[in-house]
Ligand binder design. Structure first.
Ligand SMILES: C[S@@+](CC[C@H](N)C(=O)[O-])C[C@H]1O[C@@H](n2cnc3c(N)ncnc32)[C@H](O)[C@@H]1O
Length: 246
């Protein structure tokens, strides 16, 4: 069987061109430099995998008792499989799934405990009925608001003390989530992998049963809000308090 280090250094090519859209990719729709966009259009197989340091972190923090989930699939899926975690990988690409399974078969990696969900995360996660995850890796679709949507549907499926990893923090669609998680008392930032991937530990049982004014990130800019809004909120609070007193 191939070793973890061999998988990490091989970085097999499981991804093909633009994976975030289902229709044909047109380079002129992209804001990338046109040469890069054209390369993307022609790209047959490549590896959009997370960093080696993140793969090693995953390997060090999971074992056969771990229950894990990732949006997207690739090298990371092989690491979960090698560690024998009970793992769910969500990707709409059946081609990726086939090539990951082929690579695993050719290299003696057992995939018995990996369940692939061949669907976009935004379709599967709202009906996912599993909870009690020890680790969630968000590395699926990166267009806004997918990282936030994936976070929303996985945050409270994660155990207190579990890990949430978010990749590609340099993108605004992920940065906004990182910004929120840094400020929120439900999360403790634990590792920063070169500013690209962040690992947070969940420190509350429940992070979604919350009101906006209980979230430091949401309430913070209320100090800068125009006085009209503050007056309206104060008036409404006053009314509610008076109603409570009678
Ligand atoms: C950056 S790659 C993931 C890399 C992987 N973590 C690794 O280490 O190799 C992004 C992945 O998201 C998948 N993807 C694209 N759109 C998606 C969606 N709507 N839901 C879930 N996954 C999606 C792609 O097919 C691809 O597997």
């Amino acid at each position: 069987m191939i070793s973890l280090e061999e998988v990490i250094s091989a970085r097999p090519d499981f991804h093909t061109g633009e994976t975030e859209i289902r229709r044909a990719f047109q380079p002129d729709e992209s804001l990338l430099p046109q040469s890069e966009a054209r390369n993307l259009e022609q790209c047959k197989a490549t590896c959009y995998g997370i960093g080696e340091d993140v793969l090693r972190f995953l390997a060090d923090n999971i074992d056969e008792r771990s229950k894990t989930l990732e949006t997207g699939a690739g090298c990371s899926t092989l690491v979960f499989a090698l560690r024998k975690a009970q793992h769910t990988a969500i990707t709409p690409s059946e081609t990726e799934i086939r090539s990951i399974l082929k690579y695993a078969g050719d290299n003696g990696i057992t995939m018995d405990k990996v369940r692939f969900i061949p669907e976009p995360s935004e379709r599967y996660l709202p009906r996912c009925d599993e909870t009690g995850f020890d680790l969630v890796l968000l590395d699926g679709k990166h267009a806004f608001p997918w990282p936030v949507v994936d976070w929303f549907f996985t945050a409270d499926r994660l155990k207190r003390g579990g890990w949430m990893l978010i990749d590609d923090v340099q993108m605004r669609s992920v940065a906004v989530l990182a910004d929120f998680m840094h400020a929120d008392p439900g999360w403790e930032p634990v590792h920063d992998f070169s500013g690209k991937t962040l690992a947070f530990r969940k420190v509350r049982d429940n992070v979604l049963d919350v009101a906006w004014h209980m979230q430091p990130w949401t309430a913070a800019n209320m100090q800068d809000a125009p006085p009209g809004i503050l007056r309206r909120i104060r008036r409404r609070l006053g009314k509610l308090l008076r109603r409570g007193a009678t």
